[in-house]
Design a protein around this ligand. Structure first.
Ligand code: PMV
Length: 321
């Protein structure tokens, strides 16, 4: 077998509306954004364990289903073992992973890496890796990383752009609006798995409240998707309502609430936590004229702001030799 070197990158994502409710079949509005992870896969014509080398977490070796190395690499090890069992690949893989996406912050870091890895691996076998295969393989990693992933993060990293996603049904591509998204980092890491199971236990304890909140969230998401292109005032108001519903689910906290209200009081059209909550980031909808004021207010409370750009392109092959 000839030696191959394949390099891929995939974008991060922000959820504009519909986190958590998307797990229960309601729509989510999500945008792929201009922060990336990168994976390089090299095939080596010899036997031995596959190697995953992560810039952040160190080296792991994969033999069959077993990983020796940092547990945080388990989702990637799962992708590698499913790939080598199900595709006609013989030989050893050397994988290098790097990422600009802050982990555990609600930006879909694990999904972005899983998609870049799945695409690069399948590229060793297929000239044009089929989209459903990339999605399915990346989801193998997400199932290890999170309790019950909806697939929204994977869809955004794979396809790019602004999309309205429904679990197990697919997604619709939408026009990106004129508003500017500002991301503010609370500086608090959290686990998506824990937040998803917190919401699942609310469903058990308070099924009526849970159902009302879910229905409202689904409704808000569809309404935001319709106004984001032409009515920023309304889109912002609906995003803030969504934050209040997420608070009812128990996934906000005082730090996230204070970032949300600082954004709004300094001129944002609206703001909400984004991703699983419990920490991570807040997403504020602003325009050119409020940008300086909102940024200054967020810096003042130590929530590093970052202007995001929606990117039309999802996973991309950067090099293949
Ligand atoms: O915080 P993140 O980037 O892992 O996003 C999780 C989104 C959830 O809706 C909470 C879970 C999911 O699988 O959709």
């Amino acid at each position: 077998m000839s030696k191959l070197r394949i390099s891929c990158r995939a974008p991060a994502k922000v959820i504009i509306s519909g986190e958590h409710s998307v797990v229960y079949g309601y729509p989510a509005l999500v945008a792929a954004v201009n922060i990336y992870s990168r994976v390089i896969v090299e095939t080596v014509d010899e036997f031995g364990p596959h190697e995953i080398c992560s810039e952040k977490y160190g080296i792991g070796k994969v033999i069959g289903n077993a990983l020796s190395g940092p547990a945080v690499l388990k989702p990637l090890a799962r992708i590698v073992s499913v790939f080598s069992e199900s595709e006609p690949f013989k030989g050893r893989l050397k994988i290098r992973v790097s990422s600009e996406i802050p982990p555990a912050s609600g930006m879909g870091s694990s999904a972005s890496i899983s998609v870049a890895l799945a695409y690069a691996l399948l590229k060793t076998v297929y000239d044009k890796p089929p989209e459903e295969r990339v999605f399915k393989l990346a989801m193998e990693g997400e199932k290890v990383a999170h309790a019950n992933p909806s697939g929204v993060d994977v869809a955004a990293a794979l396809r790019g752009g602004l999309i309205l996603f429904v679990k197990d049904r697919g997604f619709e591509r939408l026009e990106a609006g004129k508003g500017i998204f500002l991301l503010a980092d609370s500086g608090m890491e959290r686990s998506t798995r824990e937040m998803v199971s917190k919401v699942a236990s609310l469903k058990e304890r308070e099924p009526d409240l849970f159902n009302i909140v879910m229905t409202c969230m689904g409704d808000l998401t569809v309404r935001i998707s319709r106004v984001l292109q032409n009515d920023l005032v309304e889109a912002g108001r609906l995003m803030t309502l969504n934050h209040l519903l997420l608070s009812l689910l128990g996934v906000s906290n005082s730090r996230l609430d204070s970032i949300v209200w600082s954004s709004i009081f300094s001129g944002a059209y609206g703001a909400k936590l984004t991703g699983a909550g419990g920490g991570g980031c807040v997403l504020a909808l602003i325009d050119e004229k409020s940008i300086d004021r909102v940024e200054a207010a967020l810096k003042n409370i130590n929530a590093q702001p970052r202007v995001l750009k929606t990117v039309e392109e999802g996973v991309r092959l950067e090099e293949s030799s």
